[in-house]
Design a protein around this ligand. Structure first.
Ligand SMILES: CC(=O)N[C@H]1[C@@H](OP(=O)(O)OP(=O)(O)OC[C@H]2O[C@@H](n3ccc(=O)[nH]c3=O)[C@H](O)[C@@H]2O)O[C@H](CO)[C@@H](O)[C@@H]1O[C@H](C)C(=O)N[C@@H](C)C(=O)N[C@H](CCC(=O)O)C(=O)O
Length: 515
């Protein structure tokens, strides 16, 4: 069951704590005596305030959160925590105001204190890297489920506890929500939680106040160069997770140079994993049988330990992601043999990973996949795996994000033109950019790399997928990259309803390929 809203991001039965104790423990300046005030929740969004909350007014890129202190008071907040500028804005809201120099930097520890994260004895997994994070957290929780262990997750797609989920807006939520989610998981007797951690989250204190038991690294490649000045800076943000304040031990995929550098520079104990022949690592992934729906692999570890299994998703990259998930479980104390037995009993890993190389087609007609990949590296991985299992042609449909890293567009076009037989360029989230200019950059990248490539421009996403279906037949594959699990298209600040998965299914039905 998936819903929306923030209810799941806080405990159902919070235990109030004394605000004066918080002030004393953190050394905040308080505008008045707060002896009898209690706090039972924390939020940074005035719209999410519930009675008893501490409202944290963060200075934002658009507005100062403290200017919503009166709204927070009207919703029942008991106090405001903000900076000196925010304290001025919060005057007159009728709430005690606590002041600290950098409220964002304080948020994680404050939320951990309010929600008593330290007392949470579940095992915490963190997964970072450019591509594959979502798949790894889903595989961790799927394998835990197969082992009979109650788990929860926080991912780009959703926050989930057992079979209840809410959709996500950010990959990693603000620290107040993350600690609230962990507290909710504790109430639900969750024994292990897997959290996707973005570079932005590390740069913006969103995982402060949590020490993960195991941190996993998938890979690093060109992305987010709108947010970071260079790949080195992007890498440095990720490296932050691999320090003793944040995680106890690490499992690092060393298939790329960044992973190898991370294994060297990590300040916590590292176990390494590779799927590349010739690279020396603690654990090795050997690919087994690959079909369009399942990828087999053997994981070979130290001391002659090994496990052979499969994952119900296409692609060598998925085997590597699944292997990372399993090694992370082993590093946290789960027994490889027990994992192997559970997976064997169930016929392999039974993970459903929303919008990640998700097959939406049926038995008849072309195979159609919807994927979240929106980086050159993700395209490369998907296309090389598809080539192995596709008897016919590969048609790739994609667009690029507006108002995000523009420097990756040419490479995305080039890789698609090299790896697919036909390329259909469409719109993605243009945001405030001119969508025609985004498409032109992708087309130029494709034609510069392969001048005689078959490249079509179909701006409308619904028309693009229908064009691909018209051009495809039995044995062909349509790979629709970008929208993944998302249920909207963002145009000029407006979220228009659009689910690529639902629309692709509808288009297959219209074409008579799906009943
Ligand atoms: C650059 C960035 O990280 N921005 C985040 C930041 O927004 P902002 O500073 O612009 O906030 P603002 O609108 O000025 O508001 C300031 C404060 O007032 C509060 N406010 C604002 C309006 C109101 O009515 N009431 C209210 O309380 C806001 O909650 C906020 O705390 O705080 C907001 C509230 O938490 C976030 O939603 C927003 O993420 C934006 C949407 C974003 O796009 N972030 C990206 C860069 C990001 O973090 N991406 C990563 C990686 C994704 C990946 O892996 O590809 C992620 O983890 O998602």
């Amino acid at each position: 069951m998936t819903g929306t809203g923030t209810a799941m991001l806080r405990p159902e039965h919070p235990v109030p704590r004394s605000l004066s104790q918080l002030v004393a423990d953190f050394g905040f300046e308080a505008s008045e005596r707060v002896d009898s005030v209690e706090v039972s929740g924390v939020t940074v969004s005035s719209a999410a305030v519930e009675p008893g909350d501490l409202y944290v007014g963060l200075p934002g890129t658009r507005v100062h959160g403290a200017s919503f202190a009166a709204d927070a008071a009207a919703s029942g907040a008991t106090a405001v925590l903000t900076d000196a500028a925010g304290a001025v804005l919060a005057e007159g809201a009728g709430l005690p105001v606590l002041v600290t120099e950098d409220p964002r930097a304080a948020l994680g520890d404050v939320a951990a204190w309010v929600y008593r994260t330290e007392e949470n004895t579940a095992t915490f997994f963190a997964v970072t890297g450019t591509n594959g994070k979502t798949s790894v957290v889903y595989v961790i929780t799927a394998v835990l489920g197969q082992l009979g262990v109650r788990s929860g997750l926080s991912s780009t797609a959703e926050r989930r506890i057992g079979d209840v989920a809410v959709t996500s807006s950010l990959t990693t939520p603000e620290a107040s929500e993350l600690h609230g989610l962990l507290a909710r998981m504790r109430e639900a007797e969750v024994r292990a939680a897997a959290v996707e951690v973005s570079a932005q989250a590390l740069s913006r204190h969103r995982v402060d106040g949590i020490v993960f038991d195991v941190a996993g690294f998938t890979n690093l490649s060109h992305d987010h160069l709108d947010d970071y000045a260079s790949m080195d800076e992007y890498y440095a943000a990720k490296l932050e997770l691999f320090t003793p304040d944040r995680a106890r031990r690490a499992v690092v995929t060393i298939d790329d140079e960044w992973g190898r550098r991370l294994a060297d520079e990590s300040r916590i104990p590292v176990t390494t994993l590779t799927s590349v022949e010739g690279i020396d690592a603690d654990w090795r992934v050997e690919l087994g049988e690959q079909t369009i729906d399942r990828t087999g692999f053997t994981l070979v570890g130290p001391d002659g330990r090994s496990l052979t299994t499969s994952i119900p998703v296409l692609g060598a990259f998925m085997a590597t992601n699944a292997a990372l998930a399993i090694v992370m479980l082993v590093e946290s104390g789960f027994d490889l043999e027990a994992i192997g037995q559970a997976l064997e009993r169930d016929g392999g890993i039974q993970a459903y990973i929303p919008g990640r190389a998700e097959r939406v087609s049926g038995e008849r007609g072309p195979a159609l996949f919807v994927d979240y990949g929106h980086t050159p590296d993700a395209f490369e991985r998907a296309l090389s795996s598809l080539r192995v299992v596709t008897p016919g042609r590969i048609i790739m449909v994609f667009g690029a994000d507006g108002d995000r890293d523009t420097t990756k567009r040419a490479a995305m076009g080039a890789i698609a033109a090299r790896g697919a037989d036909e390329v259909i360029i469409t719109d993605f989230h243009p945001r405030y950019e001119d969508p025609a200019a985004i498409r032109a950059a992708l087309i130029a990248g494709a034609l510069d790399a392969v001048p005689d490539a078959e490249v079509l421009e179909v701006a409308d996403q619904r028309a693009a997928i229908r064009t691909a279906i018209q051009h495809a037949t039995e044995g062909d594959v349509i790979f629709y990259a970008g929208p993944g699990h998302e249920d909207y298209q963002e145009v000029a600040g407006v979220h228009l309803p659009y689910s690529a998965r639902d629309d692709a299914r509808l288009a297959l039905r219209e074409a008579g390929w799906l009943s």
